[in-house]
Design a protein around this ligand. Structure first.
Ligand code: NDP
Length: 279
């Protein structure tokens, strides 16, 4: 039995759809702002594997709540990992492209130098380091630009705004791989099924695209005639700075686990269908 932290999140919901052999812990079962309670849950359930799909993901809000983000994204995963290590079971943790500074235009390799630009990225990086310190063989899966039919994400906000606006200004100079939560869930379950797995890997949808072109594809597939105007990031200031280059080199995941980059267009079609928004 797999113990999953996260119940209401995008990835956690897709995990729930795919496996009955798991217990999903929500905030009411384990609040990640209380890291020891997370370790206690691992010890109590004594599962065969732990997946952490929960995180403080409000990138801009994190700038004003660094202590809470640190507890949830760094201390809690380290405590979970330590409890998993004590039980001698695998620990699989989800992380982010925001551990990088986004410089250049070449896809980041898992071992490239990290240099997060904001609180969210710094706390997620601290989580990776805490997990590696606490567990001998953790798997850390960094992903990017997650979307699904649940929760809040770029696809859902484009559908909402696109229904009301004839034109939207979207940044063209941030490039990355939109990643369907459904494919992340498949990847996590495959990784969890391989007992000797360990290491840091990248997983994102292909092909890399700008937010502006991703928005164009969303509007086109949803049959919305909203026009997208390309703007630079400098014209769209946000409390937290975003990496311009979010390209992730995912080849080591494919060679280690046979998990290839998914086509985000096909995941997008599925999500639009589920939301009743396909053309
Ligand atoms: P969501 O934002 O959809 O969900 C976050 C989950 O974490 C929710 O279940 C939320 O519960 C839970 N959570 C947050 N704070 C606490 C807390 N204090 N105690 C207990 N649970 C808490 O996340 P995603 O599914 O999108 O992300 C999954 C992983 O992927 C995360 O590690 C994230 O960092 C990473 N990632 C996400 C990206 C994205 O674009 N979303 C991009 C790159 C990486 P509740 O509903 O109760 O708040």
């Amino acid at each position: 039995m797999i113990l999953v932290f996260g119940k209401t999140g995008q990835v956690a919901k897709e995990l729930q759809r795919r496996t009955k052999n798991a217990i999903f812990l929500g905030r009411e079962d384990a609040d990640l702002s209380d890291p020891q309670s997370c370790a206690d849950q691992v010890t109590k359930h004594a599962p065969s594997c732990v997946i952490n799909a929960a995180a403080y993901t409000a990138v801009d809000r994190a700038e004003n709540e660094p202590d809470l983000a640190q507890k949830v994204n760094a201390e809690a995963p380290a405590h979970m990992a330590q409890a998993a290590q004590r039980l001698g079971i695998p620990f699989v943790h989800v992380s982010t492209d925001y551990v990088f500074d986004g410089a250049g235009n070449v896809p980041f390799q898992p071992n490239d130098p990290v240099a997060p630009l904001g609180v969210y990225g710094r706390t997620k990086l601290a989580g990776e380091m805490g997990v590696r310190d606490a567990h001998a063989t953790p798997v850390i899966l960094r992903t990017s630009w997650v979307f699904s039919a649940h929760g809040s994400n770029f696809v859902k906000s484009m559908l909402r705004h696109g229904a009301e606006k004839s034109e939207m200004k979207i940044v063209w100079d941030q490039i990355g791989g939109p990643t369907p939560a459904a494919d992340i869930a498949d990847a996590l379950l495959e990784i969890a099924s391989q007992r000797n797995a360990s290491g840091t890997y990248h997983f994102s949808g292909k092909s890399d695209v700008s937010w502006a072109d991703f928005a164009r594809e969303i509007f086109s597939l949803a049959d919305l005639d909203t026009r997208v105007v390309d703007i630079p990031t400098t014209d769209y200031p946000t409390p937290a700075q975003r990496p311009l280059n979010s390209r992730l080199d995912c080849s080591s995941l494919e060679s280690a686990f046979g998990i290839a980059r998914p086509e985000w267009r096909s995941g997008l079609q599925d999500v639009l269908k589920e939301l009743g928004a396909s053309a």
